[in-house]
Write a protein of this length. Structure first.
Length: 327
């Protein structure tokens, strides 16, 4: 969401109990009072940033609200699910607003929503739109979040990374792992657990820490993986630490912030991996062929190489971590 649009939509502020579903931890929410506003947010870095700024933040809505603002994510199905969740918690005389960037599909969602009672007060600003849904009760029941089955024995929800299929990069990484793996492993950005399940089939693994920032994916992983060797962590992988170093890190780091490719995310994962490993420990990671991670591997590790790949992916391995190396 963008502050400029909120200033247009709520020039006099929001006087009633309000709910915001999805909020960037770095942005302001002009017009919304911290004491009367609850925020539903699933991602650890946004959740922590909002909490630190004094907002009331949780994983799901409770009760009814007179004003609800939904920030539209990139996934169409996830956007529908957020709107359906909001409609279920709206007071009978309440107002439901939806907001989003054009690049995240707000215009398509507005067009679709018009079929169910219409929208009004449509305002454009800062490369996005905000609008009020006229008849939230008309939102179809099948817009609510439904369980998906991307692979036998695995459950996901819309909006998660690769929610409807096994990610090809993760599959390539799993195929390139050595037969025997280290005893203590961290998977950074573990998602809903498919790669973890493959790691656990390898001999040698005694402890596996799964680190995921998306709380919904974190919960799905807990449902999908039932193994006493696994420890689940809802946390931002970039700042995740353990009391003692491990001897293996495996990861398929994200490289998008919204729709924009941002290699700095993967570089931050590489730095985090180095901080978690013993000097003799090893990192295995997959990356899209075009991403420039080799300089970061050279900075944070004493040795690295490409061990597998094709024209789309490269599988990289590194060791001799330089723990405490500054960025």
């Amino acid at each position: 969401m963008r502050s400029a649009r909120l200033e247009l939509a709520f020039p006099d502020g929001v006087a009633d109990r309000a709910l915001v579903i999805g909020a960037d931890g770095s942005e302001e929410l002009p017009g919304f009072d911290r004491a009367r506003t609850e925020i539903v947010e699933q991602h650890a870095h946004h959740f922590n940033a909002l909490t630190a700024r004094g907002w009331q933040v949780g994983f799901q809505a409770r009760g009814e609200f007179r004003t609800i603002l939904v920030s539209i994510p990139r996934s169409r199905d996830a956007a529908r699910a957020r709107i359906a969740e909001a409609a279920a918690h709206l007071a009978p005389d309440g107002a439901l607003w939806i907001d989003g960037q054009k690049t995240d599909g707000i215009e398509a969602i507005l067009k679709e929503t018009k079929q169910f009672g219409g929208v009004s007060d449509v305002m454009s600003k800062a490369h996005g739109k905000i609008a009020r849904i006229n008849d939230p009760a008309a939102i179809p029941l099948d817009w609510a979040a439904a369980a998906l089955t991307p692979a036998p024995g695995f459950t996901t929800r819309a909006g998660m990374f690769s929610a409807d299929r096994i990610d090809p990069g993760s599959a390539a990484l799993a195929a390139a792992l050595p037969d025997r793996l280290p005893t203590r492993i961290v998977e950074l950005g573990s998602g809903w657990g498919w790669l973890a399940a493959q790691i656990l089939t390898h001999p040698g693994v005694e402890t596996l820490h799964l680190v995921e920032a998306d709380h919904a994916a974190h919960l799905c992983a807990q449902q999908n993986i039932n193994d006493p060797r696994v420890h689940f962590h809802w946390a931002d992988a970039r700042s995740f630490r353990l009391p003692d170093p491990v001897n293996g890190v495996i990861m398929n780091p994200p490289f998008h912030e919204g729709r924009a490719a941002d290699p700095k995310l993967g570089i931050a994962f590489i730095k985090a991996a180095a901080s978690l490993l013993t000097g003799a420990g090893r990192l295995w990671m997959v990356a899209n062929r075009h991403l420039p991670y080799e300089a970061a591997l050279d900075q944070y590790f004493g040795e690295f190489s490409e061990i597998a790949g094709d024209n789309k992916f490269k599988i990289l391995s590194a060791t001799r971590a330089r723990r405490g190396q500054s960025s």
